[in-house]
Design a protein around this ligand. Sequence first.
Ligand code: SAM
Length: 221
Amino acid sequence: MLYLVPTPIGNLEDITLRALRVLKEVSLVLAEDTRTSKRLLDHYEIKTPLRAFHAHNEHHVVERLADELASGANMALISDAGTPGISDPGFLLVRACVRRGVRVECLPGATAFVPALVASGLPSDTFHFEGFLPHKKGRQTRLKFLSALPHTFILYESPYRLLKCLEELSVHCGPERQACVARELSKLHEEVRSGSISELIAYFGAKEVKGEIVVVVGGTD
Ligand code: SAM
């Protein structure tokens, strides 16, 4: 059995009772960064052994791990923050498990895009999750595609590229399109700022941008 266990995106209280129980009961926790996850497990006094599972080794270890799971091991996969498989490793292992008939359970829990979308005030009935845009090749093609969507879309972005991203969105979507920047969700300096793209450029252009960021953009409708 493979469990995908969401971990907090900032506030350590954002972990479920079930997530804590599963992390205690499995024989192994697969973690993106074992040092980061060791701190998390120590905080909750969980002593389950950790093994590295990240973007750099995932292709090599996926088949072996899926074999171990198929022969009866119970493991949990966690990422540094939020839900594994959402802009984080997870998909390849889940696919290998599904192909072998290994049971996979993803626990409901923390992820950055849902609170950003819901707090943005932009329509949340239909939406497109894009995650990180490519830095160079293919970036403009994705922006062109996104700008034509009738519904809300969601990007993950680094604080260093936020302004560049908003300026590109202004070119593709127009400066009047409504958007929202959700920063440091669930943390001390949480900020959810909504407005037109041009208003957001003026606001974030006037200060040093820090922290983790989700950008939510309204659709053409
Ligand atoms: N697996 C995670 C999830 O379920 O949301 C996403 C991991 S991805 C590597 C990290 C990105 O998620 C950050 O660069 C940022 O865009 C977004 N993010 C994570 N934590 C956040 C937070 N507390 N506030 C705003 N955005 C956050």
